[in-house]
Write a protein that binds this ligand. Structure first.
Ligand code: C2O
Ligand code: CU
Length: 565
């Protein structure tokens, strides 16, 4: 498989159908000859230089038994402040990268795996060439050099491998890590820092009896997305934090392939967020629970100052419903129907994530600021296409989840995916499950074709006939599920959520957990829901991906790209 990918990548580099468009900006392609650029640019004076290597490793993830074979990013600091890298010893996660706004960063990436790989800096707004687009995947033994200036405001981001068709499994096997960006607005706030500013990377995994990671390749599990049996926090099971009686900042990132968490305290204490995805909020938001879909981050203000020493508090993923296709819910209810879901924690089930033990009394707790950072709210007045939003339509064909009716192709951009540099666009993300395509897709599921042809309902009408083979499940709804939609490049803002077609009872279990007031790069779109966003396309020309961050969906082709030019 890796050969195929690699060949198609080479072909893309050599015979891009974008050639014409690209000819105007030759710098966008790695090199005219199709060779991967491997050297640093002389005129780029880096403040920070890091050497990254992806390699196989053995890590003791579980508390007993054999070590686990993983893939791991190893990093060494060649130049820059020593605080740039925070190593997590004995971990499959790569080190935490800490950048300052406006730093110039150069990263040398060496691929020592036996398959292609490339790193994407999820949340950072960087030039195309340094964004980890899968066309830049490098082979075993090759090197890729990234160069970018940190334009982002203070916030939490996330790096991971992004080699098409290999992303999900490489991330699963360990190729990911956290990115922290600091800036001067944030410094004025005197938020909890140092030992009080901690990562909370949440992932789920499955282990066999030899402690080895179990992944999945088979349908139909793959289309539901990988769901594991063990929750890991910062790369370890049964996470426990010994905390002092004061406020902390926890940078929560959902690094799972497809699991969606509903973060909430066991005792019903509300949760306070001070940031989402790659930026601080204008002011803190307090919610009964917070939804965190794959690729999303939330900066939590966790205040233990009123807690008794010796007490403990558990952070849970609380129960919710409605993000999975009807088929999943049904099979899950039936206790595993088609042999799926054996030990897996069900999507939407309740389980603990981490225990916080209040272990020391202190009285130095900072106060939660009332205001955080200024955010210019983007509205319809800021866009040049208010009446004609760019579509991101979610659908399914032949068991492949699609965007705008298409699968990912390295060398394809549709007309409406070409966006003028400097413009600010309204984008409408919606489910489009009623097209004829959808019916073919269901036909592929074997014995379920019955009734499909009747589904000529108007767009958006999901109440369609039952499926013969599966006993009355709604047709159009059958494969409709929640998708976390991620756009590369600059952060965006959520303009609106239209919930007219959602299932109210399910939606009620998640709706208070969406924090839409700040900057986002990944948004969870529930079944039936339409989300409108406003996204600036500034600073950099080139190809920037948009895709579902359910990594199984991404690898199945639920990815497209904008050409900014
Ligand atoms: Cu975190 Cu294109 O992805
Ligand atoms: Cu998806």
């Amino acid at each position: 498989m890796s050969k195929t990918i690699n060949n198609s990548r080479r072909q893309f580099l050599q015979h891009s159908v974008l050639g014409a468009a690209m000819a105007a900006f030759p710098g966008l392609l790695p090199a005219n000859t199709g060779k991967i650029k491997t050297s640093a640019t002389a005129g780029f004076h880096a403040d920070v230089e890091i050497e990254f290597t992806a390699q196989a490793a053995q890590v003791a993830i579980l508390n007993s038994g054999p070590a686990t074979q993983v893939q791991k990013f190893i990093a060494n600091l060649r130049k820059g402040p020593p605080t740039t890298l925070t190593q997590l010893p004995g971990n499959y996660l790569g080190p935490i990268l800490t950048f300052q706004q406006s730093q110039k960063v150069r990263i040398f990436f060496n691929n020592h795996l036996h398959e292609p790989s490339i790193i994407h800096w999820h949340g950072l707004h960087v030039p195309q060439r340094s964004d980890g687009h899968p066309m830049y995947s490098i082979d075993s033994g090759e090197q890729f050099v990234y160069e970018f200036e940190v334009l982002n405001r203070a916030g939490t981001s996330f790096y991971h491998s992004h080699s098409h068709n290999l992303t999900a499994e490489q991330v699963y096997r360990g190729l990911a890590g956290l990115i922290v960006v600091n800036d001067s607005d944030e410094a004025k706030l005197e938020l909890p820092g140092g030992e009080y500013d901690l990562p909370l990377v949440i992932q789920d995994r499955s282990f066999d009896s030899q402690n080895q990671l179990q992944y999945l390749h088979a349908m139909p599990e793959r289309i539901m997305g990988f769901l594991g049996d063990t929750v890991l926090v910062n790369g370890k099971p049964n996470a426990e934090f010994a905390v002092k009686s004061r406020a902390y900042r926890f940078r929560a990132a959902n690094g799972s392939n497809s699991r969606i968490y509903k973060l909430g305290w066991e005792d019903g204490t509300p949760l306070t967020a001070i940031g989402t995805d790659a930026g601080l909020l204008a002011k803190p938001e307090t919610r009964p629970y917070i939804m965190l879909a794959p690729g999303e981050r939330v900066d939590l203000w966790l205040d233990f100052s009123d807690r008794k020493i010796g007490s403990q508090l558990t952070l849970y993923s609380l129960p919710y419903s409605g993000v999975m296709p009807g088929m999943y819910d049904r099979m899950h209810k039936d206790g595993g129907g088609m042999g799926m879901m054996h030990n897996r924690l069900p999507q939407g089930g309740k389980f603990p994530i981490a225990v916080f033990k209040i272990s020391e009394k202190v009285s130095d707790s900072p106060k939660l600021p009332k205001q955080l950072v200024p955010i210019q709210r983007l509205t319809e007045r800021d866009v040049d296409n208010a009446a004609n939003p760019l579509p991101i339509a979610i659908s399914m064909q032949h068991m492949k989840p699609l965007l705008n009716g298409k699968s990912f192709a390295m060398d394809r951009v549709m007309d409406f995916e070409k966006v003028a540099l400097g413009s600010i666009k309204k984008i409408k993300i919606f489910h489009d499950h009623d097209s004829a395509d959808q019916h073919d897709g269901m036909g592929m599921m074997g014995g379920m074709r019955h009734g499909a042809k009747e589904h000529n309902g108007k767009s958006g009408d999901h109440k369609m006939g039952g499926m013969g083979g599966m006993g009355g499940m709604g047709g159009g709804m059958m494969m409709e599920m929640a998708h976390p939609i991620h756009l590369h490049g600059q952060q965006y803002q959520i303009l609106s959520r239209n919930t007219a077609k959602v299932k109210t009872a399910d939606y009620a279990t998640v709706k208070e957990g969406f924090i839409d007031s700040g900057w986002k790069d990944t948004v969870l779109v529930m079944p039936g829901e339409t989300v409108e966003i406003v996204k600036p396309f500034q600073d950099y020309k080139g190809l920037f991906l948009y895709h579902c961050h359910n990594l199984e969906h991404e690898d199945l082709g639920m990815m497209r790209q904008f050409y900014i030019g």
